[in-house]
Design a protein around this ligand. Structure first.
Ligand SMILES: Cc1cc2nc3c(=O)[nH]c(=O)nc-3n(C[C@H](O)[C@H](O)[C@H](O)COP(=O)(O)OP(=O)(O)OC[C@H]3O[C@@H](n4cnc5c(N)ncnc54)[C@H](O)[C@@H]3O)c2cc1C
Length: 380
């Protein structure tokens, strides 16, 4: 286990969040899955103590926890294990927070991050009406007009748009400049012209809610632009190279849940007079999966450590996200096959793991996009 690399403090953090997840989250998982709704009392616990998920990477001077990336990864693995639909409280918080941390002025950091540390929620609106894999070609426009920008366009699959107080929005100031015209803006939730047009109902990750948005002549103050004209795309990619790391840890968490479910099942289930656990085909499949899960965690751990040393860890982050994603799909697939007919039975957890994994896998860029980034880096 990667535990061997964790400090005493990180192991303590892991135990604390594991216990908190067992106490506050696990009893509600079935209800969240069935109702597609996270009870408000739990939301409060997730955004404030004992979890404080959106504030994990907010600097202490703004009231946050300022945890290192490995610690955040450890927490993400525990939430992914317990209920991956709740990961966005952490992941979307990270996306939003990093836009401001990496691109904002001191004043913007103070204005917006103190609010996140106090329990407000921020979302990240990058994916456009065009292909999400190619944000450079986004169609959303932000036209300068006096001391503000007028934003028009459509965004898709924006997680937590319904409950966010603040939106990080990417739009092109001058489409003639192509990707060099893209900028980032912070938008307040009640801004006129900001509309939620569709709830994107999904087969899994129930409770995690994503929406399509329309911006219709939405006016944003000029001092809510993060960075200069054209800084937006580079910023978006830099942010993703930080936050995909915790997503990889989250995938490891759900893969671990599927693996553990498979292990307990094979120890109990007897077929033709023998426990499934005694059959070598099963043993070898589980041995391979256990190895992959540990390898995925180690890749995520490496990217997390590197992200504190340099900004040039695109390859390592994408390796971690791609490998953890592939491992997750392998884990939920194996668990379902091992459960046989019970695999699709709603009284057993593995059918949810399968739905959750397939719903989750494209978030923050598909596996193909991670391979594209890796190959660009190794061939440059
Ligand atoms: C659960 C969930 C939550 C999300 N939350 C957010 C959010 O909060 N904010 C946000 O901005 N976005 C969000 N997204 C959107 C997500 O980032 C996009 O779905 C993702 O980037 C893929 O974009 P797409 O769906 O348009 O697929 P497409 O870009 O249309 O891709 C379709 C297929 O083509 C493949 N493909 C594309 N380009 C290439 C290439 N060059 N080479 C090989 N194959 C390629 C892809 O891998 C994929 O298999 C979320 C998505 C999900 C599933």
């Amino acid at each position: 286990m990667a535990n061997a690399f964790y400090s005493a403090e990180q192991k303590k953090l892991q135990a604390t969040y594991r216990e908190a997840a067992r106490e506050h989250i696990s009893p509600l998982v079935k209800e969240i899955d069935e109702t597609d709704h996270v009870p408000q009392a739990l939301v409060k616990k997730l955004v404030q103590p004992p979890f404080s998920l959106p504030a994990l990477s907010v600097p202490k001077k703004f009231g946050g926890l300022e945890l290192d990336k490995v610690s955040i990864g450890i927490i993400t693995e525990e939430i992914g294990y317990a209920c991956p639909a709740l990961i966005p409280f952490l992941e979307i918080g990270q996306l939003y927070v990093h836009v401001i941390l990496l691109g904002g002025t001191a004043d913007q950091q103070k204005r917006f991050l103190t609010r996140i540390a106090a329990g407000e929620i921020g979302c990240y609106a990058l994916t456009d009406e065009g292909p999400g894999s190619d944000p450079a070609g986004m169609k959303c426009v932000a036209k300068a007009d006096g001391n503000s920008f007028v934003v028009n366009g459509i965004k898709r699959l924006i997680t937590f748009a319904d409950m966010s107080d603040l939106f990080a929005v990417f739009a092109n100031e001058d489409p003639a400049l192509g990707p060099k015209g893209i900028s980032a803006f912070i938008v307040e939730k009640d801004t006129p012209g900001l509309k939620l047009t569709k709830h994107c109902a999904a087969m899994g990750l129930k409770g995690h809610r994503a929406y399509n948005l329309a911006f219709e002549n939405m006016r944003v103050p000029a001092d809510n632009r993060i960075g200069k004209t054209g800084d937006g795309l580079r910023l978006a990619l830099k942010v993703l190279s930080k936050t995909r790391i915790s997503l990889a840890f989250g995938y490891v968490g759900l893969a671990r849940a599927a693996f553990e479910a498979a292990v307990s099942f094979v120890k109990e289930r007897e077929v033709a007079g023998k426990k499934l656990a005694e059959k070598q085909a099963i043993q070898f499949s589980l041995a391979e999966l256990a190895t992959r899960i540990d390898a995925a965690r180690l890749l995520a751990y490496r990217a997390a450590v590197m992200s504190h040393q340099t900004d040039q860890h695109f390859k390592e982050t994408s390796m971690a996200k791609f490998y953890a994603g592939d491992t997750l799909i392998a884990a939920v697939d194996l668990a379902n096959r091992i459960y046989g007919g019970y695999g699709s039975d709603v009284d057993f957890p593995v059918e949810r793991y399968l739905r959750d994994a397939y719903t989750w896998i494209a978030a923050q860029g598909t596996n193909e996009i991670q391979k594209l980034i890796i190959s660009r880096e190794i061939l440059k």
